[in-house]
Design a protein around this ligand. Sequence first.
Ligand code: ZN
Ligand code: ZN
Length: 349
Amino acid sequence: MIELGCKPEEICKCGITATIGGKNPGKTILLRADMDALPMQEESGLEFTSLHSGHAHTCGHDLHTAFLIGAAKLLKEREDEIQGTIKLMFQPGEESLTGAIDMIKAGILESPKVDAAMGVHVQPLLPLNHLNFAKGAFLSSTDILEITVQGQSCHASQPHLGIDPINVAAHIILALQSLQVKEVPTNEAVVLNICEVKSGYTSNIVPDQAVLRGTLRTYNPELRKKIIEHCNKLVELTAKAFNATAKFEVVESCPSAINDHKLVEDMGEYISNLGIDFTTDPNYRLQVSDDFGFISELVPSIFFIIGCKPEGTQASHNHNSKVVYNEEVLHMGAALFAECAFNWLKNKQ
Ligand SMILES: [Zn+2]
Ligand SMILES: [Zn+2]
């Protein structure tokens, strides 16, 4: 970045920003790339496999970082023509859903105040030249749910003397699945899934406690609120029915990444002039979350999913130890950021 003539600044731990332009009056657009790796071993077999055991770029965030540096290079070459300011956001901690919040708290959206934001994620199962950026809720929200059932331990041979939290937990799991089937409109995409059950010591003790953890995903913020309220009630009352108590908590959340309708239309026009024959599906949605959602809650935003299916090798999904990306996407990602930012500012005078 320094070699390109930028002045990068670390505004929070590993959160780096720099601006380009600002010589001519105009609005400010934020370009965001996440940078973090995952705590897993890489098995891609590539010559540039991670040298750090137990740490691997298996979500492609290294490509996002390369996109943004590439865009910075392109934009620097035409800096005098930029009408307004382009703010670069190199973000840590996307996987933990903490990095965007940390950078927002550190002032990334202020001085100059950000008018629009843009982010992108690679998708190795989607063919190269496929670029999706549908209007509205584009990525799902995520809520990590935790339910703690408090029972009363006793000898397994005399269960009537205690309160079995495993039995209560089982009823709660079934009730939550019924809630999803019976209370969610059939045209809504909702996932409510209990994936972790912890309880018990051995075969002849009724334990004191059971802890369940799971995830709720949806694209509809109103429905999300309603389901959480309903889960809370259902957990409390199911436990009560068996003389137990239960605490329902949302321990971690990430809102949907919402694509602003006008930005989708504007950027769609600029992208069509890029000279890349992109295929776009206006109905494409992805049941994953990205903490870019926290930015899209605060400023009009657009998020892209760009295809980079590898050729001549098996395609894997993100977070797979063998995932490989088609590197042809690198110049596309850089051009996408640069073209959208430059033209949006030019047309928003
Ligand atoms: Zn990931
Ligand atoms: Zn990712």
